[in-house]
Design a protein around this ligand. Structure first.
Ligand code: TUI
Length: 310
């Protein structure tokens, strides 16, 4: 399937993997790229040197293009931005902030720039600043989210900008992929389904929680202090939401979540860890290789988009 996104990224399919902190390391990124999608190393809260090593390892595992996601709240974001240019990765995606100050350097280094946005205003601003594409991410996503749904956000962003739009949030199979294209998207980003990929290093207990999840099993914490995060309900979210309701301070709440994503992903702490996952978790019912996931999604999507019902 050819779109402006496959051209931009040099991939067979316009399907990109979310830059999930801790989960999206070189093995997952390389497997997605090898299968014809666009794999992404998620820098998350990692130090810059670790990101550089991940890029080099990924390059040893695949000669296909891949990218890096920079979570802009990372204190080392500026150094990581430079690493991305120095290492010459194909594309960078950004999350949880405005990457405007890094844009000129990335463009000069030939790195394609794809900010993740949660609003039309941010999409417009990013286009003006020189972005090559944007990911329009709805609040069905796991992790840090905005407030619009994918269904409402994507067509409004598509109408507001001329650059190609990648849809994200609540997409986990070929039907969601095709629906996003009907809204005008030219690419799709999936996260939750790739957490459960065979090549994903996420702890088995975390994968099992996603596989067991039902449609209503995710909750949003942190709404009161402006940092909403979607994750699967567990003892931690119950305690967090109780404290939040009682008017706990940002610092007090933060105490609960320090290191909690690492505990979930690396140690399989499903009780007090942060099990970030999107609303689509209820649709994910088994572990598959990235090649199987991408093959299944693309086959169904192409069939639907050609007007077939199967
Ligand atoms: O960034 C994400 N999702 C994330 S980042 C993350 S790391 C984390 N770990 C622990 C606790 C909290 C976060 C987990 N999930 N998605 C992309 C995204 N970006 N969603 C929404 C936004 C966004 C929000 C505001 C983008 C720009 C923006 O603009 C604000 C500004 O500075 O103008």
């Amino acid at each position: 399937m050819k779109t402006r996104i496959t051209e931009l990224l040099g991939t067979a399919y316009p399907l990109i993997q979310g830059g999930m902190a801790w989960v999206a390391e070189c093995h997952l990124a390389a497997a997605v790229s090898e299968a014809g999608g666009f794999g992404i190393i998620g820098a998350g809260a990692a130090p810059a040197q670790f990101v550089r090593e991940q890029i080099r390892k990924c390059r040893e595992m695949t000669d296909k293009p891949f990218g890096v996601n920079i979570m802009l709240m990372n204190p080392e974001a500026e150094t990581i931005a430079r690493v991305v240019s120095e290492e010459g990765v194909r594309a960078v995606t950004t999350g949880a902030g405005n990457p405007g100050r890094y844009m000129a350097d990335w463009k000069a280094a030939g790195v394609k720039v794809i900010p993740v946005v949660a609003s039309v205003a941010m999409a417009r601003m990013m286009e003006r600043a020189g972005a090559d594409s944007v990911v329009a991410e709805g609040m069905e996503s796991g992790g840090h989210i905005g407030s619009s749904t994918t269904m409402a956000l994507v067509p409004q962003v598509v109408d507001a900008v001329d650059i190609p739009v990648i849809a994200a949030g609540g997409i986990g199979d070929g039907r969601g992929f095709a629906a996003a294209f009907m809204l005008g998207a030219e690419g799709v980003q999936m996260g939750t389904r790739f957490v459960v990929a065979k090549e994903s290093i996420a702890h088995d207990a975390y994968k099992k929680k996603i596989i067991a999840a039902k449609d209503i099993d995710s909750q949003v914490t942190g709404m009161s202090h402006g940092h909403p995060v979607r994750q699967l309900r567990n003892q931690m979210t119950r305690e967090y939401l109780k404290l939040e309701k009682e008017g706990a301070s940002f610092e007090e709440l933060e105490q609960l979540t320090v290191g909690a994503l690492r505990r979930a992903v690396m140690e399989g702490d499903t009780v007090n860890g942060t099990l970030m996952a999107g609303q689509i978790a209820g649709l994910v019912d088994r572990e598959q290789t990235c090649r199987e996931i991408i093959g299944e999604v693309m086959e169904r999507a192409e069939s639907l988009l050609q007007g077939r019902r199967d």
